[in-house]
Design a binder for this molecule. Sequence first.
Ligand code: FAD
Ligand code: SF4
Length: 524
Amino acid sequence: MFIAAKGAKKINKMPKTLRLVLGDQLNINHTWFKTVNDEVTYVLMETRSETDYVVHHIQKVIGFFSGMRLFAQALSAKGHQVLYLKINDSINLQAIDLNCRQLIRQYGFEKFEYQLPDEYRMDVLLTAFCENIDIPSQACDTEHFYTSREELGLLFKGKNSFLMETFYRYMRKKHHILMEGSNPLHGRWNFDAENRKKLPRDFKSTPPLLFANNVNEVYADIKVAGITTIGNVNPDEYLWPINRKQSLTLLNHFAEVCLPLFGTYQDAMAPREWSLFHSRLSFSLNTKMISPQEVIARVIEEYHKRPTEIEYHQVEGFVRQIIGWREYMRGIYWLKMPEYSTLNALEHTNELPAWYWDGQTNMKCLSDCIRQSLDYGYAHHIQRLMVTGNFALLAGTHPDEVDKWYLGIYVDALDWVEITNTRGMSQFADGGIVATKPYVSSAAYIDKMSHYCATCYYDKSKKTGEKACPFNSFYWHFLSRHEEQFKTNARMSMMYNVWYKYDDTQRQEILTQAEHYLQNIHQL
Ligand code: FAD
Ligand code: SF4
């Protein structure tokens, strides 16, 4: 049986239009929902096609299902007609297109409408679906992003390369954000140089705002369905926001508590410090429970309220993530898909080490980042980029393997933003579309930005020999095996000069150490 969401009016006459709401389209402020129309029925559905295309974190599946169920209830409470298909409903055909087709046939809908999906595979699926049904269909915008799918492509039309900074300035000007007339506020576009501090040794963290949602019902449904997941959860106290109200509470918490130090410690890492001053808004944003415009407005409002407490670089750094990186990645995605998802410019073929799935490695930085990812479905940007991503790249891992891991493990992971960050920014598999050089480092960077190395089994200062930190020999092994590709890259020439200063014996020892570690990678 199709279940009308809790609180829904009984559907007496079969309405004419069926409107599909996907799990990442929980935007209550969308034009669709402004007026109640008895001739429109909304449908949301939990399907195996979505839970099984990769092994997801249990907190991710719970977050999506809970958010969808509450969203359906919110629509019903506003008077909309809503059908909701739960994962274990007997009539559920477990695929979005199959369920929609069944509904149209069974209830005689005369029109099908959907909001443009963010994921390429869903776009293809819904386009094909609409071509194969014999009723009219229509797609509309999600009204979420600042940019259209095509905007980045148009901005860089005729150019050989892309630059986030160019896009970011364009966005600041176009939307008049942090501007003074036609100039950037405080005279500079980018204050990143102020945003790279390590945490002090005696740092005392502020506890993150966690929600204690009881999600036992959803959790039980996932177990009954037999969906394979990774990671841990406490279903009595589920920590992520699952509705708009909680998302706004998290936004306010960020503005009031975290923003004053967001930029300063944006790149910092420390054992057991899993969220620091990060907003953790990505899940709420990516499911569209809140909009990027709301986030930007709230953050700038707080800055104007407390100009002496909140330095400008904290705010600029945050704004850059939202109107810069987030929109930029989406633009690259729509410009370069579907080829983008198969790129492997460095021709890496290795397996992802087995301990990526349980955190059981002696490398402190990796065990800490992986364990927190399993516990919370979250790691902040530098942990993703410079610890797990850096290691996978240095170790020559196939980007498909890396993508699978990132797409599964993070609550905020959706193809459009995961793949561009992973395959592009982190693995350089796109050959430099997103990044101008590979994000690789030895232990020196990790030690500079974190407190991991002090308690690690490995020795951060050793390149070879017993307990030498694997990042060190891997780093040089990477530069050596990709020498032809990168030695002329102006941003890497300094490192090649260091490499060339080692004598042949030293170079060989480092490469031999790396080979040894590569052969024993599952035991590191
Ligand atoms: P904050 O540090 O508080 O930043 C604020 C917001 O800025 C984020 O919520 C996010 O919406 C946006 N943002 C910041 N950096 C980026 C970026 N590089 N790309 C897009 N948006 C950005 N982000 C995802 O939303 N989903 C993913 O699947 C994802 N996968 C990633 C994989 C790798 C290998 C890397 C290096 C980064 C990935 N990111 C992804 C980007 C970034 O790490 C996360 O957006 C961020 O960590 C989310 O935490 P937060 O909300 O606390 O972010
Ligand atoms: Fe990571 Fe190496 Fe530091 Fe250990 S010594 S924490 S492996 S960078």
